[in-house]
Each structure stands twice: as structure tokens, then as C-alpha cells.
Design a protein around this ligand. Structure first.
Ligand code: V47
Ligand code: SF4
Length: 372
């Protein structure tokens, strides 16, 4: 506990009250959250987030052995922040893998002992529910124990609409075929005005939340994300977290929250400057404090960078995602430093251990596979 004598001379009485509440393990409301995010200096946010992180996990920092499959980057939507999608009519830099090629991508990683495949791509007008049911069925035929974390709510909304199925019906069909969980993508920002500005044509915030709720209700866990660092205000960030916290209270189906920092390369929002690393540390720490009902806060290292991911281990983060094996293009096409994201388990363990944390290999749903 920080002694109130030490902090009270420098903090406003409103902020001191919020800090006391957090240290008493009480939930903060949105008004208190705004005071905290506006007023708390970075070391205080870090201290509070770290206390929660250590209470929940001690020094443990999770990673997994995983690959991504991105079936296509052809997409019917036009998100302004996306550097990766191409229109069906403009085939340059577009790809469409065949089912055989995607199965080969899995078999090519047999020596790496991967436990998860993350399947997400553009929303291709010709790849519907049947196409993906067949893909997942084949994946499970060759690797029955591989966890299939697949399809953002954006892809699922489109698939279900085209197949004229309810979300529950569509998700149940995918679950029966072998889909185990949902990734957190597509949430972007729930505020309607900004969502309309940056990704008007894809699934709405209400649909995103409904799809995740439906998945949780039929026994499929998922992750949650936010795209931060563009047009949003502090209040809009808090409202987004509020929607997630409320849904988590209802279903307990989210595993991890993953803040995604806006990267400005090669997209229609390139005029917006990327936020500072200080802003990243502040927002991750704040998320750890606010989302009291989320067990895990993940720093996805191909997006945030290895060094920042390492620093975030002192600001509330207890997971840094996986080995990846250079299988995703979303962030390299948006101009990040690491153009071929790959880390061996040894590199990940070193990254974690060298800042005094304990590396633990997990599966997708946080069962422990190996402690280092
Ligand atoms: O929804 C696209 C984001 C997401 C940019 O659940 C961008 O374990 C920043 O959700 N700048 C997809 N972000 C990735 C995603 C994800 C990644 C890793 C793990 C998990 C998980 C989920 O990528 C999209 C969008 O929010 N994105 N372009 C960009 N320029
Ligand atoms: Fe399509 Fe996803 Fe890119 Fe949006 S973010 S344009 S839905 S691939």
C-alpha cells in the first residue's frame, strides 16, 4: 500500500480517493476512471497496475507457441487504418491461399510444437461459412489437438448474414466443425461517431458485443481488443472498456484484453502521428486497473514491438502472445519495425526473464504447458 502521507501532498483529493479505492480492491466507476487517467502520473499508474498484476499472477508472464493463417487479404470493407486489405478488383499485392496451402502451413510447423493456430483474414466475398467449415474440418483432421482460434466478429457477422443464419446457429456450426475460440479483433472503437469515421461499413459495436456474448454462451471463449491512438478521447476509451467490463460481468467468457496501438504506415490514416511509448505504458496500466474482471492483459509484441512489450511487464501486462513464425502480415504491412515477426521460445524466455519475470508457456486457454 502506498502511504497516504507520501502521496497526498502531490495528488488532488479526488485522485487520492480513487487511489485508495483501487488499493482497497474496489471497482472504480467511469467518473473515477477519468480522474485517474487524466491526473495520475505514469509511475503511479504503473505502481497500481503492477500491484494488481502481481496479486493475480506474481511474476508469471505467459506466452504460447502459435502460428497465424491469413487465408486472404481481399476484403469487401474499407477500414481507414488497414494497410493490409485489397479489393477483389485490384489484385496487386492480394493473396488467396488454397485449403491445401493453408494445411501445408500448419504441417510445415510440425517441428515447432505449436499449440494454436490463429485464423483471421480479409472478408472475401466468395469465402463463406461452408468454406471455413471445410477448412477447420481439415485442420482438425491433420491436427486434432491444435487449438483453432479463428475469425473476428467482423468475419463472423458477414458469414452469418450471407448464410442467413443467426449468430448462434453460425457459431454452433463452426464450433461443431472444430473452432475452439474467437480472437479479439474487429472491436476497434465502440464509439459510433469515430467508428463511422474509421470503419463505417463493417459490423457495428452492438454486433461485435452480441457475437462475443453468443460465443461465450455456447462455450466458446474469446479475447477483446481496442484500437487506440487515433481520434478517440479519454472518455471514449473508458466507454469502450466499460462495455467490455459489463459483458465480462455477464458471461466471464473473455480470456485476455489486448490494447492495439494504431500504427500509421501505408493506410488512409497515415497523417495521424503514432502515440508515444509513454502513452502506451499509461493505457496498458490503466486497462489493467479498470478491467478488474479480466484475468489477462496481453501485449501483442508484433504490434507494440519487443522492447515496449518487455517494459509493459512492469505496467500490468502478464502475457506477450507467441512465437508467430513470421506468419502474419497485418502489422508488417502497417510499417512496424519488425517486418518478419518470429521469436523462438528461447528468445521469448530471455525477453521475459531478463526483466525479472518468470516465463511460462501456456495453451490458448491458459493451461500451463511448461515453466521456465
Ligand atoms: O481488428 C489493423 C488491428 C486487428 C491496424 O485475440 C491495426 O489473441 C493498429 O485483433 N494499426 C486484428 N491495429 C489483430 C487482432 C489480434 C492480434 C493478435 C492477437 C489477437 C488475439 C488478436 O488488428 C484488427 C485491427 O484492430 N489493426 N490495422 C493498424 N494499422
Ligand atoms: Fe477488412 Fe479487417 Fe482490413 Fe477492415 S481491418 S479492411 S475488415 S481486413
Amino acid at each position: 500500500m502506498i502511504s497516504s502521507q507520501i502521496i497526498s501532498p502531490v495528488l488532488s483529493s479526488d485522485l487520492s480517493t480513487v487511489v485508495e479505492k483501487i488499493q482497497n480492491k474496489e471497482r472504480i466507476n467511469n467518473k473515477e476512471a477519468l480522474i485517474l487517467y487524466n491526473e495520475a502520473p505514469l509511475p503511479l499508474l504503473g505502481f497500481l497496475a503492477n500491484e494488481i498484476r502481481e496479486r493475480k499472477h506474481g511474476d508469471i508472464t505467459y506466452f504460447n507457441k502459435n502460428i497465424h493463417i491469413e487465408p486472404t487479404n481481399i476484403c469487401v470493407f474499407d477500414c481507414k487504418f488497414c494497410a493490409y486489405s485489397r479489393k477483389l478488383s485490384k489484385k496487386s499485392e492480394a493473396w488467396e491461399f488454397t485449403q491445401e496451402e493453408m494445411i501445408k502451413q500448419i504441417l510445415d510447423h510440425e517441428d515447432q510444437d505449436i499449440t494454436e493456430v490463429h485464423i483471421v483474414g480479409g472478408v472475401h466475398p466468395k469465402m463463406g461459412l461452408d468454406y471455413f467449415v471445410s477448412l477447420i474440418t481439415e485442420v482438425k483432421k491433420v491436427k486434432p489437438n491444435l487449438h483453432v482460434k479463428a475469425f473476428t466478429a467482423v468475419e463472423l457477422e458477414y458469414m452469418c448474414r450471407k448464410a442467413k443464419l443467426s449468430y448462434k446457429e453460425g457459431l454452433q456450426i463452426l464450433k461443431d466443425a472444430g473452432q475452439d475460440s474467437l480472437p479479439g479483433g474487429g472491436a476497434e472503437i465502440f464509439d459510433k461517431e469515430i467508428r463511422d469515421k474509421i470503419c463505417k461499413d463493417k459490423c457495428t459495436s452492438e454486433q461485435w458485443l452480441e457475437i462475443h456474448e453468443t460465443a461465450h454462451n455456447i462455450g466458446m471463449p474469446s479475447n477483446a481488443t481496442i484500437l487506440y491512438g487515433h481520434y478517440e478521447t479519454d472518455k471514449i476509451l473508458i466507454d469502450h472498456l466499460d462495455s467490455l467490463r459489463k459483458l465480462q460481468d455477464k458471461t466471464k467468457g473473455f480470456n485476455a484484453f489486448i490494447p492495439l496501438k494504431f500504427r500509421n504506415g501505408n493506410n488512409q490514416m497515415s497523417h495521424i502521428k503514432e502515440g508515444s511509448v509513454i502513452n502506451d505504458l499509461r493505457f496498458f496500466a490503466f486497462s489493467r486497473i479498470y478491467l478488474d474482471n479480466f484475468q489477462h492483459i496481453k501485449a501483442y509484441w508484433p504490434m507494440i514491438g519487443k522492447k515496449t512489450a518487455q517494459n509493459l511487464l512492469a505496467f500490468g501486462v502478464n502475457d506477450i502472445d507467441g512465437t508467430i513464425h513470421d506468419t502474419t502480415k497485418i502489422y508488417s504491412m502497417a510499417g512496424v519495425e519488425d517486418q518478419n515477426p518470429t521469436m523462438s521460445p528461447e528468445e521469448i524466455v530471455y525477453l521475459i526473464n531478463s526483466v525479472g519475470r518468470k516465463a511460462v508457456e501456456r495453451d490458448t486457454v491458459y493451461n500451463i504447458i511448461r515453466e521456465y
